[in-house]
Design a protein around this ligand. Sequence first.
Ligand code: SAH
Length: 261
Amino acid sequence: MGDNGFLQRIRIVLVGTSHPGNIGASARAMKNMGLSQLVLVNPLEFPSDQAVWRAVGAADLLEKAQVVSTLDEAVADCSLVVGTSARGRRIPWPVFEPRRCAEVIAKEPESSSIAVVFGGEKMGLSNDDLHRCNYHLTIPVNPEYSSLNLGAAVQVVCYELRMKQLELLKSEPADEMDGWDSEFCRADQMEHFYEHLEQTMIDVDFHDPDNPRQLMTRLRRLFSRTRLDKMELSILRGILTNTQRNASIRSSQPKGESKNI
Ligand code: SAH
């Protein structure tokens, strides 16, 4: 393990930030704690002098920050995505506080890229954004005033990640995922899987896209908890493909014929 170990594999993703000063403050918080990958999704104003001013000695993180237009792009190659939010949502997701989250992140295999996603100052992350995450992270603050400044939230999370890293450097405990025989799926592979699953459910008349209820959200939550590896995903995709093929064969047969098979 290098000096910074897993910290180097973590990217901080800021979605729809409205105040460039908060981008600078986040970069500073990250560099203080040994993180360096910053990704900005649709920032209102960037590049910005105010961001550079607030970053102080961490302006290098701003220079190499990646700017993209969707969260999907920002996390496509990540196998673990954590979304941060001050509030609970209608369909609850597995929620951690930062210390527990750092433990989970530290257990990710070395081949994994990890994203921690933060929302904008006005609205936070949308439900759609949060449904793209494996886990949610809430900083357990005063329930009567639960929303932190964005830069402060980034600071708290990065601090806990650093504390975990320092603990690991002192004692390297055995990892229960050591020797796993397949890599975990990336976010873009999971998105393709969800599209395939939804289409298959439509093909077999299980799912009505005009009346979706919360079906896809609940299935996303199920698979997010499971953390599929690539081999498992390819088995599931194979099952879906055959299900679709058989559904289309049956629907093209004259009625009653299938009873004779
Ligand atoms: N007004 C928004 C909060 C925006 S704060 C709302 O009510 O949702 C900007 C971002 O900081 C949030 O999207 C989240 O990423 C982070 N944040 C703020 N407070 C937090 C908390 N208590 N726990 C986890 N993240 C928090």
